[in-house]
Design a protein. Sequence first.
Lengths: 415, 415
Amino acid sequence: MSKKERLSTEAYKGVRDFYPEEQALLNYLTSVMRSVVERVGYVEYHASVLESAELYRAKGAENEELTNEQTYTFLDRGGREVTLRPEMTPTVARMVAAKRRELGFPLRLYSIPNVFRYERPQKGRLREHWQLNVDLFGSRSLYADAEIIGVAYGIMRAFGAKESDFEIRLGSRNALEKLDMELINREVSSENRKKIRVLLDKKGKMSEGERQKELEQLANGPFEITETADIVEIRRILSDLGVTNATFDPNIVRGFDYYTGMIFEVFDTHPSNNRSLFGGGRYDNLTALFDDEPTPGVGFGMGDVTLRDFLAVRGLTPPYRPPTHVYVAVATPELVGGAWALAAELRQQGVNAALDFGERKLGDQLKTASKHKIPYLIVVGQNEIASSNFAVRNLETGEEKTLAREQLAAFFLNL
Amino acid sequence: MSKKERLSTEAYKGVRDFYPEEQALLNYLTSVMRSVVERVGYVEYHASVLESAELYRAKGAENEELTNEQTYTFLDRGGREVTLRPEMTPTVARMVAAKRRELGFPLRLYSIPNVFRYERPQKGRLREHWQLNVDLFGSRSLYADAEIIGVAYGIMRAFGAKESDFEIRLGSRNALEKLDMELINREVSSENRKKIRVLLDKKGKMSEGERQKELEQLANGPFEITETADIVEIRRILSDLGVTNATFDPNIVRGFDYYTGMIFEVFDTHPSNNRSLFGGGRYDNLTALFDDEPTPGVGFGMGDVTLRDFLAVRGLTPPYRPPTHVYVAVATPELVGGAWALAAELRQQGVNAALDFGERKLGDQLKTASKHKIPYLIVVGQNEIASSNFAVRNLETGEEKTLAREQLAAFFLNL
């Protein structure tokens, strides 16, 4: 095949290849998430990335744009319109509505799906990312709201973040609706009411004085959103739990149409990255799309891309270690049978052992072990097989230790 | 919203919703796979389900059909032709070619991706399934072939299968090529040579005598495929490992074009399900699509759908248990604060505890715990809070045991 005809080795635009080190980091992120959410009683579900396109059309005007311009939607060969899910909430609402009578409430569900957006790739935004989704169905209790926020808080702490590293800002759809009523009473046009929402979302992106002035102009008078009783109570429950970084923020709006009560966002407090990391809220009517008897819900979604940035800036990303304990190298090619037998023996005893087949020089075998960041090396030579004594080399420190064949497994497993 | 306008709660055709019990089974399957492959030194990678369509076009004639009729291929909004991967091997070959100089060989990689085929859903075949992929790059050693087959064998055993439950049948592209040469020498037409391949694949689907007769007719003479030296050696290595159910089977062909050496399939020996479960083989030229210096590879793919069937028929599917240790119920609604505090305390100590917020009658709270198959229940009442003694009920046996508050965590964690 000529060079010209070779295929590109690049991944599709805006998505990632996960080589072992990147995948290990993703596995670390998901394992921390899992352990926190399972501690609070959440159980895992999953669904296909393929959904009927109508699932995203139904939610109303605000989402039209998302469906029409930002999703991967196509016709399958049978003429069905299919979308690669841009978010998980409609899917989980569909699944809960489908089995409402069997599931048992309150119902705690989590999933770590990949979600797709067709948008220009940029820092913190890719076309595909992985997103923890945590949802609690069948409760209208403010304790449920507090629990969901507490889970988000618990995950941040489990990653090693200090309370000062992030801030939980609570908003309220109720407060925003009360404001809207007030503005309608003041005869503020719907156009200006829309402009107000956009301005609320611009907090931190312009001077605070200027913003307030503009808000008052648009509102035909004084402008203030006051904390509602439900938010006060949610904050009280959280503070009983020891959470001190949750505040009311009238500027929290959140894009999705389906929220009906509390909404929240978790902000990075780092000066170089002061932005919303993720968020969620209460959505009590979403399953009404499918079901006569809607099931209330509250939850959040947390993406891996922004989380990686958050951890990297603070040095909270753990170093890579492969699952492999030891690399078994071969001094000369004809000893591969002996090395194979040793590796088989170690594996039998529970050691994760990778074997070289002796097709390259010993120096190159060592390089492979180092490139793979495997912590220990054993070189199998004639003497080692004859004496049943093996030098175990620590590839980080260079230290060597000679062990009898039957001591090897215990050495690796007691690390 | 009127009933008429409600959205369907069904998943897209041919894909599955994974409710907690189904997801727990998938998690069980993948955790067994992981532990076996990591024992042999494999490390995990991953990639997006979106790939450039050309990746599947390039492999040649036999795959044209797959690309044209059986894939999900569509144009993105930027006019790029995108395919939902139908298999993982082209992706991993692309990734290895992209970083050949950095990766270090031999390189052991595994992944558990979802793969898509556009086909009529039927037993054992869905439009999306999850598939373990295990690949070893950079070795031409027959020990590498044997290792890959040994991993497949080890996974079957780790699921509880006996050697008599399955059979490993080894074929050889070399043997098939030798046959082809022989047939060309006999002036067998290319049309008849193709028919012969199809007949080989039909073993077990027609009478053996009839098949042999037809083969001899098409071959203009005696018809036999003899075991090659490489297959003999691979079987020897495997038998040293204790594998006794690997045989040479001249009828093993396998569909993919990219195989160049050993090929194998694992067959279910159950009379009601006597068919190929999964398979793989050696492909030494695949990365030549991307790279001047091709890297040899050998590997296999194992799908979750056929595996589930295999395990179910033999009663090897483990029963569902949620990760949740205990359900904390509330005798009367006003005690939710006390129950919340108890749940928080248990979680702090490492217990996975789900909490009811007291919005339903106690009987309904119990039903929720049972539906979720949570093994233990605690009911928080006035007396319990006052006395700090809690009855722990085993929801399977109905047994109750009263424990002091500070004994609870140890009870659940020492189960």
